[in-house]
Design a protein around this ligand. Structure first.
Ligand code: MRU
Length: 363
């Protein structure tokens, strides 16, 4: 996707000096800064502090983090320690554990001195595959938008929550991939962008992405979606997923559930776009079993932005009240029209999801 009309990805490896580069997303949209990740601690910091975020991108970053760490110590105990520390950085996103397990499986039977190189090769594969998977999600989701456009013959209004665009992946995104594909297919699109408190990934990342790509969009407060749906101003919703239970319940950025309820009440189709790597096959009840990350209340009591004289700053919203910061919620499968995956568009039901469970060896 584009930043300043230049094709970009969110993470890349530099062979010349053997480090990983990322876009520091904490600073967008006001500043574009590339950070180098060189040590294991750099990777943990980048994920925990959300220099990188979004389930697929967190997974890719963790994969590189483990590979780079193994250069320092590739003993079994160190490998396990690195793996556990990385998994603990963001507890909800499934791709983190998925990527780490994938690397560990790949290096499980090799000599200690070969582990780091093999792990790096696997991290490259995970990264490259993420791009292909997200593009395919875009292609699969495009047919849904095309069909709506055939029926309505006017601009299609799509509501999205948080950032499930290319900044949440390596390229293309998940929820935004069908939107990009529709835009490239000359289907007129308008996107309602939930600001997504407390960290405002909608305002600072999704709106930025869509602007850079030249796609018509409007930023709305998190509470506006229900009103828009009641008045026929939303044709469909597409959101991402951080972890999907095998029964079709979807865990995504907090507030997703409320949008799904409003969509259900107003017969607005509600789609979730996800790579199958977000499916947690061990979980059959998303509401009871998916761990919900709780972040620093500071993110709720404060808000950051840029002043008229160009200073990025943070201001306090409360006097001395306490705050809580549940970062994700779970949307029950019954509220979801369908899941848009790289393999197929399927109903959010155990029987349909089961068919997506092709083992890693055959992929
Ligand atoms: O806390 P974040 O910014 O990592 O949360 C991101 C989301 O909730 C996205 O919607 C989700 O990762 C799906 S994205 C491809």
């Amino acid at each position: 996707m584009l930043i300043d009309n230049t094709p970009s990805t969110t993470i890349w490896y530099d062979d010349k000096d053997s480090h990983v580069s990322i876009i520091d997303q904490r600073l967008l949209p006001h500043e574009y800064v590339v950070s180098k990740l060189q040590t294991f601690d750099d990777f943990c910091f980048a994920i925990k502090e959300m220099q990188v975020r979004g389930a697929p991108l967190i997974g890719v970053t963790a994969a590189y983090g483990l590979a780079i760490a193994l250069r320092v110590d590739a003993s079994i105990s160190a490998e396990e320690d690195y793996a556990q520390k990385l998994i603990a950085t963001r507890p909800t996103a499934m791709n983190l554990r998925w990527a780490i397990e994938r690397i560990q499986k790949r290096i499980s039977s090799c000599a200690e001195n070969e582990k780091a190189d093999l792990a790096l090769a696997e991290a490259h594969q995970i990264r490259d595959k993420d791009i292909a998977i997200c593009e395919q999600i875009g292609i699969n989701g495009l047919s849904i938008i095309e069909e709506l456009y055939q029926q309505k013959q006017r601009t299609i209004n799509i509501l999205t929550h948080c950032n499930a665009g290319w900044l949440a992946t390596v390229d293309w995104g998940t929820a935004l991939a069908p939107i990009y594909k529709a835009h490239f297919a000359d289907i007129p699109i308008h996107v309602w962008v939930d600001e997504t408190r407390p960290r405002n990934q909608g305002a600072s990342l999704t709106a930025f992405e869509l602007s850079e790509q030249g796609i018509d969009h409007t930023l709305i407060t998190d509470n506006a979606g229900g009103h828009l749906m009641q008045h026929g101003m939303v044709d469909l919703c597409i959101v991402g997923s951080d972890r999907t239970a095998s029964n079709g319940d979807v865990c995504n950025k907090v507030g997703t559930y409320l949008k799904a309820l409003a969509a259900f009440d107003n017969q607005v189709p509600f789609y979730v776009a996800l790579p199958t790597s977000t499916i947690d096959w061990d979980i059959t009840d998303g509401i009871k079993e998916i761990p919900i990350e709780e972040r620093d209340p500071y993110e709720v009591t404060h808000i950051s932005g840029i002043t008229d004289d160009g200073q990025v700053t943070s201001v306090k919203l409360v006097k001395d009240s306490k705050a809580s910061n549940y970062s994700f919620d779970v949307t029950p499968a019954k509220l979801i029209t369908a899941l848009i995956t790289e393999k197929a568009v399927v109903k959010a039901e155990s029987s349909a999801i089961k068919l997506l469970n092709v083992s890693a060896e055959t992929e």
